[in-house]
Write a protein of this length. Structure first.
Length: 795
DNA sequence: CGTTGCACTTAGTACGTATTAG
DNA sequence: CTAATACGTACTAAGTGCAACG
């Protein structure tokens, strides 16, 4: 992003485009690398061919394996597997083919303490759960009756009873009500149509739906991308053909002749209507929706009631990949119950599939923590329905993640001395490993696994290529590449001399653009090596470790003084340091540039007001000048032109303000069927502004300040000036903060990288309410941390 | 032993609502 | 009180890593 953000003159849209152009340039250089893979379709230029071959290959693979039955009789097959599995006793007969360590359950007596709710949220949650259970009972879903609600699940505190046992078995019982499917497609009214070459097109509903997806996005940048248009058109035409083509004989060929505006406008109207609903109606709708969703929102795991994260099946639409994704614009097809696999315990009753449908498969896999799953058609991977972030399983793995990162503390010295010494190893692999580890440790790079051609061209450490690293002697390195989510990583940094030397060697011919920088390395080799230092150590642990470590160090620098607001500001500054380390970015918001400008104009105006008051002081008492010439210095610093600009701006704004006020008031009166305010009112208002303008004109002509009676006093003026100065500093600080934050996303590191116990300890020690740093959701997610860390906790 | 499948974490954006400045 | 802005959440894409596969 930073490519564009630095440039104030470039608009939002240009920014996006620039990013893409940048990407495309990289993409073309990639070819030399591809030779490595030497695919049968390596030189195929036609997307269609590619797709066909691709599909064929994938099919082949699936057939070879003879697994994953996707047909209706898949269920039968599975049932057999389950019935015979134990007798056969082979690992491969397990549902997902994974080896399972089936061990006898050691019934752990869980400490379920009844305790008074310490936090308000807790009550709320308990309530929620109870309501949910009640409604569930009413609707009598399969599992509800078996749950003992007298023991609210919220009292289960796994963190008070941590047994670091093997976690391959995720649950003993698992019951839920399945998933929510998106509503069926509702055809557009007959008069709303797609147009082709000026002619209305009669589409079969299936194709109309796809056209509608595009129409809905008409104002987004996505639809301007050629790839997006091409992919859309191909899939749209395919759906059209499948369903018998247009019904009035219009033949669609060229994208440019398609006109979606009528559909777009129809959607706009619909949206507007929805917005116009009265607050009560809106609330009613919301309540109905919540009521409907309740049974899906919760599930039962090991007898506890826990929340489900995403119980909604993703609706069909056009794929919006990040960056220059080759599949942008492709149709993401609708998912049917037949595509969906449910995971439940064997005793659980199976949720009723939607009428006329069957579930794709019912599974009983207790080694995974998903409730439901389906295969998606864009990249042929899986989508899962999982537990919510506040669930036990998620909490436990979060906890483990941070504990693992903390464990790295005890090994990091060894890792570091090791990679320093291996920088000079005669073995290339060792040196590559050393440099890569260094980059991951120092610059928080991701592992960087290999990617295929049908994904966006992004890289991480191991997949860095020649062109992503520029060397500037004596020891400066410029990184410039697109990382995860096609977010640009740009850094000019000084590195260890030995690192620099090694990079120089790695870039030596025959290496050139397109070549891998670390040609002997990939994440699995690197990770295998890292395991030597510490079990479970992988590349990503370094990010967690360094993020949390940085946060700890930053928090340690904050003095325990000042107001809560000041402490929060400092906490956020620490958070920002971490976000910058991890390169967590966000696009600047739509009105950022304008709002920054506005804010700085406001500051200028305040400065001017200050000068004005100072002049007034001198008018009242000339001797002040001698007493403190410095104090009045800034009067001369303000040029005539600057002052006039400010005058003009203020006057202009005042006029606008009154005009708007007038219009708005009249709109309202019209709506209420009242008489409009007379124009004379507006004129009166504007007259006031005219007077002000004249006043300013007089002032700048004579240099004499005209102030109201109450301010004809030196001390009062000084007080006013002091106030202004405060406001100015405040605004300036806020403005700077806003600027600094405009491209940095603080949330990602807070959610994923910073050990929450750090924040908890900070809050407890500094008397900052936890609500100020963790939102409600975050407090739920990090409940384990809030309840387990005290003010002395250290990472 | 490299490749692939699967399951999990990490990521930015869109959008509606709450908060704040004026 | 209104408009602008900030915040919070839902959504889903895009990574990582492990283990099975061939």
């Amino acid at each position: 992003m930073s490519i564009t953000l630095k440039d104030d003159s470039s608009s939002e849209d240009e920014g996006v485009m620039l990013k893409r152009v940048y990407k495309d340039a990289k993409h073309s250089k990639k070819n030399s690398k591809r030779v490595k893979n030497d695919l049968p379709n390596g030189n195929s230029d036609s997307d269609e061919d590619e797709d066909i071959i691709h599909a064929a290959r994938k099919k082949q693979k699936r057939e070879k394996k003879g697994k994953k039955p996707k047909t209706e009789d898949g269920e039968k097959v599975l049932k057999e597997i389950h019935n015979n599995g134990d007798e056969k006793g082979t690992n491969t007969s397990e549902p997902n083919g994974r080896k399972k360590v089936k061990k006898e359950k050691t019934p752990k007596v869980r400490k379920i303490k009844k305790e008074e709710a310490k936090y308000d949220d807790e009550d709320e949650d308990t309530m929620l759960a109870k309501i949910a259970s009640q409604s569930a009972v009413v609707k009598s879903p399969s599992w509800a009756s078996s749950v003992d609600f007298r023991e609210p699940s919220e009292d289960f505190k796994w963190w008070e009873n941590q047994d670091n046992e093997d976690d391959t078995i995720k649950w003993k019982t698992l019951k839920h009500n399945g998933v929510i499917f998106p509503p069926a497609y509702e055809p557009l009214p007959a008069h709303v149509k797609l147009y082709y070459d000026g002619k209305p097109v009669d589409l079969p509903p299936q194709a109309e739906e796809v056209a509608g997806f595009f129409a809905a996005m008409l104002e987004s940048d996505h639809v301007k991308i050629p790839t997006f248009q091409k992919n859309f058109l191909r899939d749209f035409l395919a759906v059209l053909k499948e369903n018998g083509g247009t019904r009035n004989g219009v033949e669609i060929k060229a994208f440019d002749k398609l006109d979606f505006t009528k559909i777009f406008e129809y959607f706009q109207v619909q949206k507007e209507q929805k917005k116009q609903l009265s607050p009560q109606e809106k609330k009613q709708l919301r309540l109905e929706k919540e009521e409907f969703e309740k049974p899906y929102k919760f599930c039962e795991i090991d007898g506890r009631l826990e929340q489900v994260g995403n119980f909604r099946i993703e609706p069909p639409g056009l794929f919006r990949g990040r960056g220059a994704h080759p599949k942008n614009g492709k149709l993401k097809r609708r998912v049917y119950p037949e595509d969906v696999v449910l995971n439940l315990d064997k005793e659980a009753s199976i949720p009723e599939p939607p009428k006329g449908h069957k579930w794709g498969e019912i599974r009983h896999d207790d080694t995974v923590q998903w409730l439901s799953m389906w295969r998606e058609n864009i990249s042929n991977s899986f989508k899962y329905v999982r537990f919510a972030a506040n669930s036990t399983l998620k909490g436990m793995s979060d906890f483990r993640k941070f504990e693992k990162a903390r464990m790295l503390k005890d090994h990091i010295d060894k890792v570091r001395t090791d990679y320093k010494s291996k920088m000079k190893s005669p073995k290339t692999l060792d040196r590559q490993m050393a440099v890569a580890t260094y980059l991951i440790d120092v610059f928080a790079l991701r592992a960087g696994g290999e990617k295929s051609d049908d994904e966006a061209d992004t890289v991480g450490c191991c997949s860095l290529r020649y062109e992503h690293v520029t060397l500037r002697p004596p020891n400066t390195v410029v990184f410039d590449f697109l990382g995860k989510d096609s977010i640009r990583f740009y850094q000019e940094v000084e590195v260890d001399t030995q690192v620099f030397k090694n990079l120089k060697i790695f870039k030596r011919p025959p290496s050139g653009p397109g070549h891998q920088l670390f040609d002997r390395l990939d994440p699995s080799i690197l990770n295998k090596h890292l395991q030597n230092y510490m079990p479970g150590l992988t590349a990503k642990v370094f990010r967690t470790y360094n993020a949390s470590k940085t946060m700890q160090d930053q928090l340690d620098l904050i003095p325990n003084q000042g107001t809560v607001a000041e402490k929060i500001l400092k906490y956020n500054a620490a958070n920002r340091t971490v976000a910058i380390l991890c390169n967590h970015q966000r696009t600047v918001t739509k009105g950022h540039a304008t709002s920054v400008q506005k804010a700085s104009e406001r500051i200028e105006e305040l400065e001017w007001q200050k000068v004005r008051y100072k002049r007034a002081i001198l008018q009242l008492d000339k001797s002040q000048q001698k007493k403190n010439p410095k104090y009045f210095k800034e009067i001369d610093d303000l040029s005539k032109e600057e002052e006039l600009t400010i005058h003009k701006r203020i006057i202009e704004r005042e006029r606008e303000k009154y005009k708007r006020k007038f219009e708005r008031e009249n709109d309202k009166r019209k709506f209420d069927k009242e008489d409009p305010i007379p124009d004379s009112q507006l004129l009166e208002w504007l007259g006031k502004v005219d007077d002000l303008e004249k006043l300013y004109e007089r002032e700048s002509k004579t240099g004499k300040v005209e102030l109201r009676e109450s301010l004809q006093d030196v001390d009062k003026l000084k007080l006013q000036i002091e106030k202004l100065e405060k406001r100015i500093t405040n605004s300036a600080v806020q403005l700077k903060d806003k600027e600094d934050n405009s491209t940095v996303a603080l949330g990602t590191s807070k959610i994923n990288y910073i050990d929450p116990r750090l924040s908890v300890a900070f809050c407890k020690k500094f008397d900052v309410p936890i609500e100020k740093v963790f939102t409600k959701t975050l407090r739920d997610k990090f409940k384990w941390a809030i309840e387990s860390a005290d003010e002395n906790w250290k990472f």
